[in-house]
Design a protein around this ligand. Structure first.
Ligand SMILES: *Cc1c(COP(=O)(O)O)cnc(C)c1O
Length: 683
């Protein structure tokens, strides 16, 4: 094999996304081009000056990484391999509307997708036999810029498939595979792409093929674009098309994992299949399907649950009901909390709950909130008997922890979460490295915005979706206090904001405009900045380089949150409302007497929104002006803030061992393994 061919093999498996030496190898080929192309190895190789491949020492380096990849793929020493389970068929098929794997594969919008991506990467590292199903959105989610008025500007740019680590799935005879998903009056034909995420195949459905009508070809163009009708069509494509694609490819997973309600139609097609292939009646088929499905719900915000009108359901499901030999009403009932209530819209979360044998929220608090939310589905049960529990989210440490910080862990980040001892970084070394990472973040901010941020200033980051419940502008509600905080002569503070608002979220967009407006005022310029284009690349810079990770949602609306875990795993201190994952981390820290950040609100439930906002803002200011600033600037003789650096080391020690996806995937494994193919439940 030539060096070029070996590099192409390396580029075609996404493992490079979390293998720092391979990323460095690609970057070193042409650092400027690497950056310009958005850290995309395949795009880089297509445009690289071939003379670069002749450089001394390159061939050896490439061969070494390729050998490393091949050894990784053999999985001989992976955690699951050692358990000696039969791996002749996938344990689970993981369905998700979005996957955040790397910045150049723009098929994610935010936390849900990044969690799904991290799940696949850990499953790969552990050697868990899993396959995944999603959609190849050619134009992805929108790309964010800033308009002249300081508001969010949205643009769409199709990805070039030849630049992506994806291959088209073919039939055994070499012809391209096509799968049909049933839409009203016609099938929509789907092409299937395969992306290798380490050992995990991710299949992505794509309606943009010549056989389809022009308007159908656009159905999979954009993530969360279009209206309800686009949404229901996409969900039929994902659930039913995805289920049928697996069948066509001969993939027979033991269980199915629905990551959020978007893919719940897969359960319906499983029911249809069981009725047909096993000659079960409807009730028995539902029971058998349930035994094989696992469902994770992700949001306590009512608007976050897809609901479809009767008209839309009738249009899209009359034919499907007929093909199942059941009345449409039967399907509608599966999506209603109260089947008697004909005014209730069809809710994907309800369908998913009714078709899963295990249902979970994504943090302890979110589990409790979900039991309350969905209790009407079990009118005969007490609240604490509602069968919804939780598996707290985690993050894939090798993807998020800076490689040099990871080297201070003492145990490789890839093996954290496997009961091999907690990381114990040295505080002084951690601080020195962190100063470099802050410097790198400040350079990124200067380059992208022109703001003259300082390299030695306490840097607070607020980066997340601009959904109103996350209250991006909470701190900006008291301008005098804000000015005093950031412009203090001896102990200044700078605030960096990033994040996208959904294109139809008018209120979220207004928050972005408020931030950019303030960042343009003379008193706050160069101390407050909004960096457009939040993606996984910017997220890495921020969670590695900020000093404080700020999170101030309205409790209990943050189901889990994961960015704060990424920050903590790099030694960044969280200042956060006690919501989602942070409540659990806080409890773990308190149990051992460790200080890992600051908690705001202490679980108070406000009587009214405005009063709650005011109280949280007051607490937040008191905390920042007092302890946070003081601890950061309290330097020892060698310039190291002794207490702060010790807290950084504690944050890693407490957070990393539990809030990672190795632990999370192992928790899910039990659910996958309890899936049974016994057909009928007794009793
Ligand atoms: C981690 C991550 C998120 C999720 O962050 P939250 O804490 O859940 O808000 C969103 N977007 C990107 C790009 C991320 O990397």
């Amino acid at each position: 094999m030539t060096v070029q061919e070996q590099l192409e093999d390396l580029a075609l498996n996404l493992r490079w996304a979390w293998d720092a030496p391979t990323r460095d190898l690609f970057m070193d080929l042409d650092p400027a081009l690497w950056r310009r192309l958005g850290q995309n190895p395949r795009a880089l190789l297509r445009r690289l000056d071939p003379a670069r491949l002749e450089e001394d020492g390159l061939a050896g380096r490439v061969a070494e990484r390729l050998e490393n990849l091949r050894a990784y793929l053999r999985a001989e020493d992976a955690w699951y391999t050692a358990r000696d389970e039969p791996a002749d068929r996938p344990l689970t098929a993981y369905f998700s509307a979005e996957f955040g794997l790397t910045e150049c594969l723009r098929i994610y919008a935010g936390g849900l997708g990044v969690l799904a991506g991290d799940h696949l990467k850990s499953a790969s590292d552990l050697g868990v036999p899993l396959v995944a199903m999603g959609i190849f959105y050619r134009e992805g989610y929108f790309q964010q810029g800033l308009g002249a008025d300081g508001g969010q500007a949205e643009s769409f740019e199709p990805m070039d498939f030849d630049d992506l680590p994806a291959r088209e799935v073919e039939r055994p005879d070499g012809s391209p595979l096509r799968v049909a998903a049933p839409l009203p009056g016609r099938p929509v034909m789907l092409r299937v792409w395969r992306v290798d995420v380490g050992r995990i195949p991710l299949f992505l459905l794509d309606a943009d093929v010549p056989e389809n009508r022009t308007e159908d070809r656009a159905l999979t163009a954009r993530l969360y674009g279009g209206d309800d009708e686009t949404r229901i069509a996409q969900e039929i494509i994902l659930g039913i098309g995805g289920y049928r694609a697996l069948r066509e490819m001969g993939v027979e997973p033991r269980s199915f994992h629905m990551n959020e309600g978007h893919s719940a139609f897969l359960g319906l097609d499983l029911v249809r299949d069981l009725m047909e292939s096993e000659a079960l009646d409807l009730e028995a088929a539902i029971e058998a399907a349930r035994r094989r499905c696992v469902f994770t719900t992700h949001t306590p915000v009512p608007a976050g649950h897809d609901r479809f009108s009767d008209e839309l359901m009738e249009l899209y499901f009359t034919g499907i009901a007929r093909s199942m030999g059941v009345p449409l009403e039967t399907i509608l009932d599966l999506g209603r909390e109260d089947p008697e209530d004909e005014d209730e819209p069809f809710t994907m979360t309800v369908l998913a709950i009714k078709l899963a044998h295990q249902v979970n929220g994504v943090s302890r608090l979110h589990g409790a909130v979900s039991r309350e939310m969905w209790q009407p589905l079990w009118p005969e049960l007490d609240l604490d008997e509602v069968p919804i529990d939780h598996i707290t989210n985690g993050v894939h440490l090798p993807s998020w922890v800076d490689a040099r910080i990871g080297a201070l862990y003492g145990t490789p980040p890839m093996r954290v979460g496997l009961d091999e001892g907690a990381p114990a970084p040295d505080a002084g070394s951690l601080w020195r490295l962190h100063e470099e990472l802050r410097g790198r973040l400040v350079e990124t901010i200067r380059e992208r915005t022109g703001a003259r941020f300082g390299k030695d200033i306490l840097t607070i980051a607020f980066a997340r979706r601009f959904a109103t419940y996350k209250r991006a502008t909470l701190l900006l509600g008291d301008i005098e206090r804000l000015e005093a905080l950031v412009t203090d002569r001896d102990r200044p503070v700078q605030l960096v904001f990033a994040g996208k608002a959904h294109p139809r979220d008018v209120d979220g967009k207004a928050l972005i405009r408020r931030v950019t407006e303030l960042s343009g005022t003379p008193a706050l310029r160069d101390r407050i900045v909004f960096v457009p284009g939040y993606d996984m690349h910017l997220a890495r810079r921020l969670v590695q380089g900020a000093d404080v990770w700020l999170n101030n949602p309205r409790r209990p609306l943050e189901a889990s949150g994961t960015s704060g875990m990424k920050a903590a795993a790099n030694g960044v201190l969280n200042v956060s409302i006690l919501d989602g994952w942070w409540e659990e981390a806080w409890e773990r820290a308190e149990e051992t007497g460790a200080a890992i950040g600051w908690a705001v609100g202490h679980g108070r439930e406000p009587i009214d929104e405005e009063e709650g906002d005011r109280a949280d803002r007051r607490d937040l200011y008191r905390m920042l002006e007092g302890e946070v600033v003081r601890t950061f600037y309290d330097r020892g003789a060698d310039g190291v803030p002794v207490t702060w650096a010790a807290m950084m080391a504690d944050a890693i020690r407490i957070v990393a061992p539990f809030f990672n996806t190795n632990r999370m995937v192992r928790d899910y494994l039990e659910r996958y393994e309890t899936a049974t193919e016994t057909r009928v439940r007794t009793g």
